[in-house]
Design a protein around this ligand. Structure first.
Ligand code: CU
Length: 149
């Protein structure tokens, strides 16, 4: 493309590409060498993520959010028959959720976390005497970054 033909739309495209690069750099490596999805607030200030539940994993398994800002998680259970859930059990910091998602279903929750730290979430579903889903490895990590000033 010739330079003199670059109108506003082209520059907008260039800016969006640069923005995409910045966004993709949000996928960083954690201390355990696994990918962490680092959420930034959308234009409306909400930090959003889609989390897929399957047997026996969350995708993505590691998510980083900022303390004090609203978080919106949409859970999609892609298992054919197996119900899963999303449990966060930290009453000391008012972070308690037990969200059940039926097979093929989806559920959206909104919450926020005031206290920075690393919190483990897991699925505690269990069929009869079989190991629980958590024992099968169905757990993940929510990292809460301190509020920026
Ligand atoms: Cu499960």
């Amino acid at each position: 493309m010739k330079g003199e033909l670059m109108g506003h739309k082209c520059w907008l495209a260039v800016l969006m590409c640069a923005g995409a690069l910045v966004l993709s750099s949000g996928i960083a490596l954690g201390e355990d060498e696994q990918e962490v999805l680092v959420l930034q607030p959308d234009a409306d200030g909400i930090q959003r993520a889609l989390i897929v539940l399957d047997s026996y994993a969350y995708t993505p398994p590691h998510i980083s959010v900022q303390a004090g800002l609203p978080i919106e998680f949409r859970f999609e259970n892609q298992s054919f028959l197996t119900p899963h859930n999303f449990v966060l059990d930290y009453p000391d910091v008012a972070l308690q959720h037990d969200v059940s998602v039926d097979a093929g279903d989806s559920v959206t929750i909104r919450f926020s976390v005031q206290t920075s730290g690393t919190y483990t979430f897991y699925c505690d579903k269990q069929l009869l005497f079989f190991p629980s889903h958590r024992e099968e490895g169905m757990e993940g990590r929510l990292e809460v970054r301190p509020e920026s000033r």
